[in-house]
Ligand binder design. Structure first.
Ligand SMILES: Nc1ncnc2c1ncn2[C@@H]1O[C@H](COP(=O)(O)OP(=O)(O)O)[C@@H](O)[C@H]1O
Ligand SMILES: [Mg+2]
Length: 376
């Protein structure tokens, strides 16, 4: 008996629907069984109908389903090996920062507005909650082009606020936690609430927060739930009747990937822009401090030249410039002695070979996003 193409496709579709349903319900064994059926059926279609136009799509699906099967199998393993331990708290342990990074506001060039906003929203209320009878913002979003100090600011908050700092990197946790992400998000917020009851502020910092939302349009694993869990937890933190100090600070280079429901929960939105001229001068001083500069090096002029570059570009440029002198020392003098002083020409050579990592157009996109969501 030979099956028709349509019949096989119909079967594959039905098993896929079942598989995703079981997957969402956390019934891994059943999900795996059905995913395997789908893979078998798709392979059968490809071998029986080699000229079928959809085969390249099916090959892609086979890959995705096979990956999901593997993921689920490792989840199952993890679940059985943990079964004897009562509720391991490892996920939470992993993300609570034990050693403060030691970065202070003063180590960060400029960003005065952002620092001021953070002082008002976090530092003052945690020191004197009695002065804020009307409450304070508990959801803060830092956004702006990459390499301008968002992660750095968050690190400084950990140092400046005497409290518990929980650091989550959304991109990493989403890939590391696989199907556990939703549960782990819930665990972390639960722990944060518990810790805050001792009276110390608890800050949950979520870096690259757009990863919580963006990547998982892929319905195979049904990870949309992570986003919903997160929104629910945010509501708990924002609830007026919850009187402890729990803050959620999120950072993103791609604010336009966040949806309205998400944005609404971050009432304080702080733009972390490209460094202006003064900030660039400050950065140059910061990073050349400790390097030997020739007398012709004019930092003011460099600050002007570096218009459009990010803070992290400027750090890279200073490093590359210094490296020229070091390299010369090795190439000409076998690495003996001290490198020569770095000159204005060294800087200009390096700058010529490097474009700003962010375009002017992209900067406009950040600015118009800010305009649009300022008042929402
Ligand atoms: N305002 C700043 N002052 C000093 N260094 C900065 C500043 N902004 C960025 N940098 C440098 O660039 C690197 C990357 O910055 P980061 O905070 O990770 O950027 P973002 O999180 O906005 O992408 C930092 O580790 C630091 O070396
Ligand atoms: Mg960052």
């Amino acid at each position: 008996m030979s099956h028709t193409l349509e019949y096989l496709e119909g079967m594959a579709r039905q098993h896929a629907i079942q598989a995703v349903r079981f997957d969402k319900e956390g019934k891994y064994d059943d999900a795996i069984k059905h995913y395997k059926k789908v893979v078998d059926l798709l392979k059968k279609i490809i071998s029986l109908y080699p000229d079928n136009g959809l085969n390249s799509v099916y090959r892609q699906w086979i890959k995705e389903y096979e990956k999901r099967i593997k993921d689920l199998e490792s989840l199952k393993l993890a679940a059985t090996s943990n079964a004897s331990m009562v509720e391991s708290d490892d996920v939470v342990e992993d993300v609570v920062l034990k050693d403060k990074p030691g970065i202070k506001f003063n180590d960060i060039a400029d960003l005065e507005e952002a620092k001021e906003a953070i002082r008002e929203a976090i530092i003052y209320p945690t020191k004197r909650p009695d002065l804020f009878p009307l409450g304070w913002h508990r959801g803060i979003l830092l956004f702006g082009p990459p390499g301008c100090g968002k992660t750095l600011l968050a690190a400084a908050i950990a140092t400046e606020v005497d409290g518990v700092f929980i650091h989550l990197d959304a991109a990493t946790i989403m890939s590391k936690w696989l199907g556990e992400a939703e549960k782990n998000v819930a665990k972390i917020f639960k722990k944060a609430r518990e810790l805050s009851m001792s009276g110390r502020p608890v800050i949950i910092f979520i870096d690259e927060v757009d990863s919580l939302l963006g990547v998982f349009s892929n319905e195979v694993g049904g990870e949309v739930r992570v986003r919903n869990q997160f929104l629910k937890e945010m509501d708990g933190v924002l609830d007026k009747s919850f009187k402890y100090l729990v803050y959620v600070i999120a950072a993103t280079n791609k604010p336009w990937r966040l949806d309205d429901a998400f944005i609404r929960r971050f009432q304080k939105r702080i733009y972390v822009p490209l460094p202006n001229r003064e900030a660039r001068l400050e950065l140059l001083k910061l990073y050349t401090n400790g390097l030997k500069l020739s007398d012709d090096v004019d930092l003011d002029k460099l600050a002007e030249t570096l218009d459009g570059y990010t803070s992290s570009d400027i750090r890279d440029i200073v490093m590359a410039t210094h490296l020229r002198a070091v390299k010369e020392l090795f190439e000409k003098y076998g690495g003996v002695g001290e490198p020569r002083r770095i000159t204005m020409d060294d800087f200009m050579e390096v700058i010529r070979s490097r474009k700003p990592s962010v375009t002017k157009e992209l900067v406009k996109v950040y600015e118009s996003w800010y305009e649009k969501f300022k008042a929402v």
